[in-house]
Design a protein around this ligand. Sequence first.
Ligand SMILES: Nc1ncnc2c1ncn2[C@@H]1O[C@H](COP(=O)(O)OP(=O)(O)OP(=O)(O)O)[C@@H](O)[C@H]1O
Ligand SMILES: [Mg+2]
Length: 269
Amino acid sequence: MRKEISRAEGVIQKDNLMRTVGVIQEDNLIQTVGIIQEENLIQAEGVVRSFPVPGAEDFWALKGMDITIPRGRLTMLKGRSGSGKTTLLNILSALDLPNEGRVSFEGRIINEMSEGEREELRRYQMGFVFQSVALIPIMSAYENVDFGLRLSGYPENHGERIREVLSLVGLEERMAHLPRQMSGGEQQRVAIARAIAHKPRIIFADEPTGALDTATGLAVVKLFRTLLEKQELTIVMSTHDPNLMELGDLVYEIEDGEIVGREEHFNPL
Ligand SMILES: Nc1ncnc2c1ncn2[C@@H]1O[C@H](COP(=O)(O)OP(=O)(O)OP(=O)(O)O)[C@@H](O)[C@H]1O
Ligand SMILES: [Mg+2]
């Protein structure tokens, strides 16, 4: 019988595809005890986005970015105001097209899709959360989620799904509340429930914690982590807040339209 001498829990990333979750060293033999095959949900190569500026040269918001978004993980984009986070999110989520470069979603090339196909991709496969919560003020939490589900053409029993997602974000007691009867953090949780209700593959969250205090912001990101665990989801969010970075599995640092850093953290699901 071989004896376990030491055990290392960690992450070894190989070619972006393999993640080793545990290694046991036994009598000088190394045994890998768990490998999760990881794929990229989104892959972008050489993405350039410039905007025309009247009377001046074009402004280059993205200067040739390569970025991959691994499936089932929380990816963060960090960078100063004006660095290009929103521009990049718009391109990754098929809202905007790059001037140059290629973006693929599950192997389908977004640049080659028709406008209708991109619209469909966004409606069925993607969910969105913004800094300004954007709930409909005259609708309760329940009705806001219901409204989102109607827009997405969700076929199944709405009532059941609405109660399920509002419970998932911890708001089962607030379903009948109007936005103004809820705190900022609670409103953002309704927005998150609305974003996941139609079972998208990915959530894009542009500064979802930007309008919240540090503790509430942290709670929102922790909720994202819980959702990764409970739903088959991938999440990409942008943030300025250095306190949140450790909770990202992958953090890209963006500066002046370029990726200047890529950091991985081991966050067990
Ligand atoms: N439609 C546009 N026309 C011209 N310039 C634009 C346009 N959209 C964005 N920009 C410029 O591109 C740069 C990147 O903008 P972007 O909104 O992506 O930054 P950001 O990192 O999201 O900033 P913030 O943290 O403030 O949200 C900015 O300098 C901005 O002024
Ligand atoms: Mg922005």
